[in-house]
Design a protein around this ligand. Structure first.
Ligand SMILES: [Mn+2]
Length: 457
């Protein structure tokens, strides 16, 4: 992998101008920002764009625009062949076939490394950046934000593999800190009741999704929710208060029959951006990733990119406003998904949101739905939604326990989508596809066939 990174570094150093094409999620934005900072530091000109997916239309347009060099980050591994007269570099981590015809293609799967939890798109891009100039180690902070955005810490409740190396780079460069703490989202910014209400890994029986129950939970423990009229957050609590809460949560889970292993998932490594202000949306890597998601998924990728590249003025203000909107949208979309009847089949369960949910957040909503109390954790969940250009977007999510039985959603969706003239792929635990409208039933049958085969192997 390092050798390939060096080859790519050499190509980038020789170029005069680089056009970057990246994905619209947090990992994509951080990957794009790492690429852009790297090119800028080389004193070269760069331009950047974010796309929802890389299809023939985008490739055709890029070819027509006549770029000397295009650097694809967090996507591109699906490109079949090099395009004459346009040098293409790909730093991606999505599942891909080992026989790639692309010349400058860096993807962990080509080297037997798992791209779903050992390295993200931002990480692969950072590897090239660090190879170009060791001074770029400060960008490791963005690589860790990207990895957290892609939930790469989920399997082991901490970052492992190459991600861990990047974390160490960041600690050495004083841009990252690592702590052992509760893993729920919003340690730094969420008021305590909301902090528990939205916890989903593990879900908290009786508390997840119920604000009033969460308020009484804290009251019963004699934990004050406010201090001088401002809401207290997890980071405002004393050591003893945290201990009291954690033991109460552990008791709750154990009495409801959860395994000790699941209870332990509450605690893990959390990653802090040492140069950011504590209590801000940028201090915790997961919260940073969510802030970025709320820019690009609403067509404002330039805001997220500017924040990654250091703008703490107007762009950060704009990003915060977008985050508010994103939160509101998620709450409404999740409610919409809950109101849709969940349909259970033999090997999968699904809901079809029609026009009710934005296609850019269907993945997040499907993931939130999967952790809902009435959703079966033993089979994959698929969310369908109509896209602006008349197709259907599918997001599939499942749990670790299903993966361990041999299910690979990436392979299943890629196979089923291709059979109905669509495209699909992603990771074993989280995958997506775009298919023509009206092909949903045919697609579901094919996905189920594939999953049945995977389970029997
Ligand atoms: Mn990614």
């Amino acid at each position: 992998m390092l050798k390939r990174a060096q080859e790519i570094a050499a190509v980038l150093k020789k170029a005069d101008e680089v056009h970057i094409v990246t994905h619209i999620d947090a990992d994509g934005i951080t990957a794009g920002a790492i690429a852009q900072a790297t090119i800028q530091r080389l004193g070269k000109t760069s331009s950047i764009e974010c796309v929802k997916q890389l299809d023939e239309m985008v490739l055709k347009r890029l070819k027509k625009e006549g770029h000397e060099l295009v650097w694809f980050t967090d996507l591109g591994s699906s490109i079949a062949d090099d395009i004459p007269k346009m040098t293409m570099i790909v730093t991606d981590h999505h599942m891909c076939s080992k026989e790639s015809h692309l010349r400058y293609h860096l993807n962990p799967h080509l080297f037997g490394i798992d791209g779903s939890f050992e390295i993200s798109g931002a990480g692969v891009t950072y590897l090239v950046s660090k190879t170009i100039d060791p001074v770029n180690v400060d960008l490791s902070a963005l690589a860790v934000v990207g990895a957290c955005g892609d939930l790469q810490d989920r399997r082991h409740c901490k970052l492992v593999g190459m991600n861990k190396t990047f974390l160490e780079d960041g600690i050495t460069a004083h841009v990252l800190e690592c702590r052992k703490d509760i893993r729920f989202f919003g340690r730094e910014t969420r008021a305590l009741p909301r902090f528990l209400q939205y916890a989903n890994d593990p879900i908290l029986p009786g508390l997840s999704g119920r604000e009033e129950a969460c308020v009484s939970f804290f009251e019963d423990l004699k934990i004050r929710l406010d201090h001088k009229e401002s809401a207290r957050r997890w980071i405002d609590l004393s050591y003893d208060e945290r201990k009291t809460i954690l033991s109460a949560l552990a008791r709750l889970l154990l009495t409801k029959g959860f395994s000790a292993a699941l209870v332990e998932r509450m605690i893990g490594e959390v990653y802090l951006l040492a140069r950011e202000e504590p209590g801000s949306e940028l201090h915790d890597a997961k919260e940073y990733a969510t802030l970025l998601n709320s820019t690009a998924r609403y067509g404002k990728h330039e805001v997220g990119l500017a924040v990654c590249l250091g703008d703490r003025g107007k762009s950060l203000d704009d990003a915060r406003i977008l985050l508010q909107g994103h939160r509101q949208n998620l709450v409404e979309s999740l409610q919409f998904a809950r109101d849709e009847t969940l349909q259970k089949r033999t090997y999968v369960q699904f809901f079809h949101a029609g026009e009710g949910i934005r296609d850019t957040i269907i993945g997040i909503v499907t993931n939130m739905m999967l952790h809902d109390e009435n959703v079966d954790k033993n089979m994959p969940l698929l969310g369908f939604v109509h896209t602006e250009n008349g197709d259907v977007k599918v997001s599939a999510r499942t749990t670790q326990q299903v993966i361990e039985r041999g299910v690979d959603l990436s392979a299943a969706l890629r196979h089923a989508a291709a059979a109905v003239q669509g495209v699909g792929g992603g990771h074993d635990i989280a995958a997506g596809a775009t298919i023509p409208k009206g092909k949903e039933e045919e697609f579901l049958v094919l996905v189920e066939q594939k999953i049945r085969t995977q389970l029997s192997l």
